[in-house]
Write a protein that binds this ligand. Structure first.
Ligand code: NAG
Ligand code: NAG
Length: 305
């Protein structure tokens, strides 16, 4: 937590608020100098992810006093970390037995034009409760819902795992047809389910580490393929009257350099103005320069203890 605490203290100081006393105590050995007269960039906030059923660890706690203590530690701006972003995982798995992210469309409706059979359970692996608490109780401003993969039946490999690409993206040929609109509808449905439960998803992503075909939920895409889908998703959100609160985020690349390349392809395809955030991870490389965009850039990496 050291880095996070230091950054939070710096952010608090930069915002002109009093540095948090308990952080000062725990960070007694460190000195941070903040020059409030210098402005470099806007910080949207700090956050964490509730994917892979981890939110259930909070949501299913029987001891409600302990649960409140934990939520306070995460979200309270005076006594906790004061996190301001929650990243949910939009599931793709029909398998609810382990750490999979469960989908609300477990069955192929018969084709991309068939009416989808959504099975919303009102829990979303415990993520909805955490988001409701975040928004209602603590005023968390950003909910970033992100899909690691489309449901398997929408993909070239007919599997939520091991990469595979969304059928209909350039370069794909699927006997099952073009699933781009069905996937966009599916993602918009997630936003609607959350909105109906009192949570506005502010950012919506359709990829996670698209250059890494993981043995768990994963979906491959290059920049051209992402650029092809962004207008479809954006138009779908617009038609559903969701763009007042929800914008498209892309692409959660494995590392900064990967995301620089994906963004370049998105820019040359003219899709950049449809983005609300450019998102990246830091596994194959951290921020090594400026991301060439005016769109806010969000970065996520491995938690360090
Ligand atoms: C979500 O957004 C809608 C549309 O802007 C708004 O009417 C509603 O109050 C918002 N809900 C919350 C909980 O902020
Ligand atoms: C979106 O809003 C327009 C204008 O208020 C309305 O006519 C239309 O029915 C809405 N569409 C949906 C899908 O809610």
């Amino acid at each position: 937590m050291r880095l996070v605490e230091a950054l939070l203290a710096a952010a608090a100081a930069a915002a002109g608020t009093t540095a948090l006393p308990e952080l000062e105590t725990r960070q007694a050995a460190s000195t941070i100098t903040v020059d409030v007269s210098k402005t470099y960039q806007t910080m949207d906030g700090f956050g964490f992810s509730t994917a892979f059923q981890r939110a259930n660890l909070i949501t299913n706690m029987a001891d409600k006093a302990k649960q409140r203590q934990l939520l306070d530690l995460l979200f309270d701006r005076a006594t906790g970390a004061g996190f301001s972003i929650v990243r949910t995982g939009i599931g793709s798995s029909p398998d609810s037995s382990s750490d999979h992210m469960n989908t609300f469309e477990p069955k192929n409706p018969g084709g991309p034009a068939a009416t989808p059979q959504y099975q919303w359970d009102g829990k979303d692996s415990g993520q909805l409760f955490v988001c409701q608490e975040a928004v209602r109780t603590y005023g968390v401003p950003y909910i970033y819902a992100d899909a690691w993969s489309a449901p398997g039946f929408m993909k070239t490999n007919n599997n939520e795992n091991n990469g595979g690409t969304l059928c209909g993206m350039p370069g794909t040929r699927c006997a099952s047809g073009d699933w781009r609109q069905a996937y966009a509808d599916y993602l918009a449905a997630y936003v609607r389910f959350y909105r109906e439960a009192g949570v506005n998803v502010t950012h919506l992503g359709f990829l996670n580490e698209p250059e890494f075909a993981a043995s768990y939920a994963s979906m491959s895409a290059n920049g051209n393929q992402a650029a092809d889908f962004i207008p479809v998703l954006h138009a779908t959100l617009r038609a559903a009257n969701l763009t007042d609160t929800t914008g498209v985020a892309c692409c959660d690349s494995e590392g900064w350099g990967n995301q620089v390349q994906m963004l370049a392809a998105i820019q040359s395809a003219g899709a950049e103005p449809l983005l609300k955030a450019v998102t990246t991870h830091t596994y194959t490389g951290g921020a090594s320069g400026t991301m060439n965009t005016k769109v806010p850039v969000w970065a996520a990496g491995r938690a360090r203890g």
